[in-house]
Design a protein around this ligand. Sequence first.
Ligand code: G6P
Length: 613
Amino acid sequence: MCGIVGYIGKQQAYPILIKGLQRLEYRGYDSAGIALINNDKLNVYKAKGKVAELIQFAEQKDIQGTIGIAHTRWATHGEPNQVNAHPHYSQSEELAIIHNGIIENYAVLKEGLKEQGYTFSSETDTEVLIQLIEYVKKTNKVDLSTAVQLALNQVVGAYAIAVIEKSEPDVIVAARKGSPLVVGIGEDEYFLASDATPIIEFTDKVVYIGEEEIVTLRRGMEIKIVTISNIEKTPEINKLEMTLSQLEKGGYPHFMIKEIFEQPKTLSDSMRGRVNVEENNITLSGFIDNKEKFLNAKRIIITACGTSWHAGLIGKYAIEEFARIPVEVEYSSEFRYRKPVIHKDDIVIPISQSGETADTLAAVELAKSQGAFIFGICNVVGASIPRNTDSGCYTHAGPEIGVASTKAFTAQVTVLTMLALIIGKEKGTLSEEQYLKITHQLGLIPEKINHILKQNDSIAQFAKTFTYAQNFIYLGRGYNFPVALEGALKLKEISYIHAEGYPAAEMKHGPIALITQEMPVVVIAPNVGMYEKVVSNIQEIKARKGKIISIVTEGDIVVANLSDYSISIPETEECLVPLLAAIPLQLMAYHIAVVKGCDVDQPRNLAKSVTVE
Ligand code: G6P
């Protein structure tokens, strides 16, 4: 959370930094700020709220400078106001810093600095860090990069920081531990950011800064990297694969709806080069390279957060059914702290869209330290989690900007399904006939999603009926229980309506008490799996006058007749239903939120990339 951007070069920094902040706003939008050096002055401008507020505030100022740093905040220490907004000055106002992360020992450091006469204007941990850097710099009489290095040796916590100094208008010093940091290399100019999205329109050459590394960007000089323990590193230049159009709304009113509509393409991209539609065959290089490990695995542990955790649950159903390997699905935040039993022959699969979620990253480190084999499923290429795994599979959904995850979810489910099928086939726990049939059906999913998307207008129409609701229940069984959880999460994230996902049969053990004629109940009821049992569950709701919204297989009139509203999805294999059923639930949540006037792409209090625990 929090997005950081920096620029040093020949262009005016302000427009580059502002555009960069807008690209990174998905990481937090409690406040925004910018610092530039111009004519021997280090100016800081900041505003509470979104980047748009900062632009308004800055409009009245004369903002010049070819070096600058900027920040968009998701508040951790200190409420979201202007004083706590970044950048923060040091006491002398000689230095300014931006920071993404948490300095855990800030209280102790602050006490020490107070004893040295330092005073603090904000409640943030970040201000403590910049005061510490200034103190170290002055007492040791060292340059900025050495001061940053010495100061970071005293710091416990996570950070991606960038620091500038009034008397050094040709240098930005940045560092990272636990939070992401990318440097873009242009011609006589450098960019830095939390991810590559602010950089892509200027250069496709990037260096991913590693853990505990400090990078010095000096005008007209080569990029220099040292670790905090003073080991020099050679920068490794990577080429970005992302395109600019992927980062724009392309005529849609919100990124979320654009991303929902992209799913036929993103799922084809996830399968490209992996699913051979002519031969109904799957090839996953991550599996081939580690075939023995998968075939001999006694257990798989999936670790993830949020929507990725829901995808993991669907993966569990598929892997257990086809590959007959026991799978545990863990919330990363619980797994990392609860002293789990991890064996050397376990395969641990972290799932993460961003590849930066702090808890999932820590879960990976824990599992690695216990000798498990780590196979990552991530979307953002080059992010921290894929860089820390032994092997893995990218989801190739392209940049996801809407805070509520949509296309990343279906891509994760697709990759997990491919993995389950291929292990099952190779192990012999899945018959050749079943393998061919399901793989064939998987190849048809993108076209079937296209078909579902045609119902967008009618979903938008009936969604209006439900803006009154204070609560929703989502029900599903088998593969569709996690879909119910995901549908409920989508609704609560963006429309602020309380929603609960439940296994349909569990309803009788509590939630049924909530059913009144006011309560909308969404039931995922395809004509596969436990269809009849779900029909009985629907009857139970109907008997208590609940409003039923059902997801049914095309042609099903039984459930459709029992429902107040029903949305149909094409027929498919049971394990593939989640890929189709998720789509109307995403659309319904989107339209309810739009009618309610909610900020769909940037829901309150949330951030897309959770780099703090
Ligand atoms: C945040 C996002 C969710 C996401 C979760 C896990 O809560 O808002 O959309 O599912 O983090 O993120 P990851 O990047 O690890 O998938």
